[in-house]
Ligand binder design. Structure first.
Ligand SMILES: [Zn+2]
Length: 601
């Protein structure tokens, strides 16, 4: 019996030696789960509380085998990480109605220094303390106080007879150990899944683990997200290797100068061109009415398949379509095809310039644009600096023009209407103020100002685009404008920002976040020289389209023939398949969901 007791005592020693740490980390886990449950209104997986015991026991085990002089520091490190992750998790739950997971980690990693400071100044304020985050911080304060006064607290606790009994009772010890063993038994499968997931060799293998992986503590979620990113990096290698074998059969150079302008976070219903009741795009409207040089053709039914820049860019640059089951990295990127066809390709971006920092640690959108091998395969020339406002790109364009060849593809990539909206337009373009929205009674004064800021950014964007178009008025040029995705700015729903993809397919979310402005502008010379294309464009203005198939439109305009080119995916082709099912996030049938019926499986 004595031997059993000593084994039990030995096995419980990791917890006994780190008792305060164990108790407070458990309370932290429970508090975090409870806040998630109440705020998100979902059921906690039943083994969450048990798996927490297992994880904490293993952490205490690591602590106890660590040399005594290092142990307090390591314990401090573990606790700090846990509190930080819980605070971030609860903050995300409160603000964005989502837990700390791959999407949030992606957004954090994708956010550059400028965006981070803007984000922090917008969301982090004293109000945060009065939210659930305050509860986590309160627990932290109690934890610190208990650590500080532990000798006084422990002697008082020990003076209470039943506490003393619990502390010395062998029965209690055995019961606790039994409980821990039971926890291990229940969680064996999920811990094994975690190990398999961390050892996964590709994204498909990870997919197989997700359904078994229910105990999503913030720590496990971050591990999961980082693993996803590591695999995404590996994907870059596959992507680069596949570009080498890409071939072009022929090229008619149908259009000498093709320009693609990629906007950012542009909510279609804030565009006057598409029916907004404020004058946010007067210059685009004029051009669509035939005033000025050239003509602008709005497309009225265009959507994006995702609402996260990086995933949109992957699908928009690759000839991969959302419904293709083969990995996107196995498909050619359209700039590579253009270069192989002997077009000069220029990238003029206000987001993804190459730098030492971004080379290794930028967004997955920026990643495949900035990776040295892939950048060299895709672009002949690119700008090297971002600018506070998008008009800075006009100077970049002017300085790169000397490198133009006989046939050119220019890709402009704007910061557009990216959060923080009021920073997207200079003071001279701030025409709207909260006073212009007094009819929006449901909004506070501050919220009305945010809408005004968004509209000012849209108005300024209209001017930047107009300046770009002016550069091509005297040329034989065709320009396509589109945004990567929409956003929320107190329109149909009382909130701003974007929801993690897949969490909501309501018509309101689809309209704000997935519908995008899309138009084609042709210079006067282009209109005269390409009557057939102009006719095809006119006929396509009301056709449904999703921008993962944009490369096919560009290839058709250039007249590039390749085995990957599919005319049925280009709305300006007679072969266009207008009956294509447009899947949001690869899952939700957009047209059906908007009409309020089924979501495809
Ligand atoms: Zn974006």
């Amino acid at each position: 019996m004595k031997k059993i007791i000593s084994i039990v005592t030995y096995l419980l020693s990791p917890i006994k030696e780190n008792s305060i740490f164990f108790v407070f980390m458990y309370l932290l886990g429970v508090l975090t789960f409870m806040i998630e449950t109440v705020t998100l209104n979902f059921k906690i997986p039943r083994f969450n509380f048990l798996s927490l015991v297992v994880d904490l026991y293993l952490l205490c085990l690591i602590l106890i085998i660590t040399p005594k002089r290092i142990r307090p520091y390591l314990r401090f490190l573990f606790a700090s990480v846990a509190y930080v992750l819980s605070v971030v998790d609860v903050f995300c739950v409160e603000m964005f109605k989502t837990k700390l997971g791959p999407e949030i980690v992606n957004v954090i990693v994708e956010t550059d220094q400028r965006e981070s400071s803007e984000f922090l100044s917008r969301y982090i304020n004293i109000d945060v303390l009065y939210s659930s985050v305050g509860l986590i911080l309160l627990l932290l304060v109690i934890h610190l106080l208990v650590c500080y006064y532990w000798s006084a607290i422990s002697s008082r606790l020990y003076a209470i007879s039943w506490v003393r009994y619990c502390y010395v009772s062998n029965y209690i010890r055995m019961a606790v150990l039994m409980l821990i063993i039971l926890c291990f038994g229940f969680c064996l499968d999920s811990r094994w899944t975690l190990v398999r997931m961390l050892n996964a060799r590709d994204l498909i293998e990870i997919d197989g683990c997700i359904s078994n992986f229910s105990e999503n503590t913030p720590f496990n979620n971050v591990l999961f997200a980082l693993k996803l990113r590591q695999l995404a990096d590996a994907e870059l290698g596959v992507l680069a290797d596949n570009q080498k074998d890409v071939t072009v059969d022929s090229c008619s150079f149908q259009s000498d100068k093709i320009v693609l302008i990629i906007g950012e976070s542009y909510i279609k219903c804030h565009s006057q061109l598409f029916g907004y009741n404020k004058e946010t795009t007067p210059k685009q409207v004029e051009r669509a009415q035939g005033l000025g040089s050239g003509l602008l053709f709005p497309f009225y039914d265009v959507i994006t398949p995702f609402n996260l820049t990086s995933i949109v860019f992957k699908n928009m640059f690759s000839l991969h379509s959302v419904e293709d089951t083969t990995n996107w990295a196995k498909f050619p990127l359209f700039p590579v095809l253009f270069r192989k066809a002997d077009y000069k390709v220029f990238l003029i971006t206000n987001q993804f310039v190459k730098s030492i920092k971004t080379d290794n640690f930028d967004t997955s959108g920026g990643l495949f644009l900035n990776d040295s091998r892939l950048s060299n395969l895709q672009f002949d020339y690119r700008n090297t600096m971002t600018h506070r406002y998008d008009e800075g790109l006009l100077h970049d364009y002017d300085s790169l023009r000397k490198y133009e060849g006989d046939h050119n593809l220019f890709i402009f990539h704007l910061i557009g209407q990216h959060i923080d909206f009021y920073k997207r337009s200079p003071d001279s373009w701030k025409k709207f103020s909260s006073l212009d929205y007094t009819d929006r009674k449901e909004l506070s004064e501050a919220e009305r100002q945010i809408v005004a800021d968004y509209d000012n950014a849209t108005l300024y964007n209209d001017n930047v685009i107009d300046c770009i178009l002016k550069k091509y008025e005297m040329e034989d040029a065709i320009v396509i404008y589109m945004s990567d995705h929409g956003d929320e700015c107190y329109d149909e729903l009382h909130r701003m920002g974007r929801l993690p993809g897949g969490s909501d397919y309501s018509p309101e979310v689809l309209r704000q976040e997935y519908q995008i402005p899309f138009w084609i502008w042709c210079s006067q010379s282009y209109i005269e020289r390409h009557p057939i294309i102009i006719e095809r464009i006119r006929m396509a203005q009301h056709l449904p389209f999703m921008i993962d198939d944009l490369p096919h439109v560009l290839l058709q305009l250039a007249g590039i023939d390749s085995s990957f080119f599919d005319e049925s995916r280009s709305p300006i082709s007679e072969q266009y398949n207008a009956r294509r099912v447009r899947l949001i996030n690869g899952k939700c049938d957009y047209d059906m969901a908007l009409k309020g019926s089924r979501i495809s499986q």
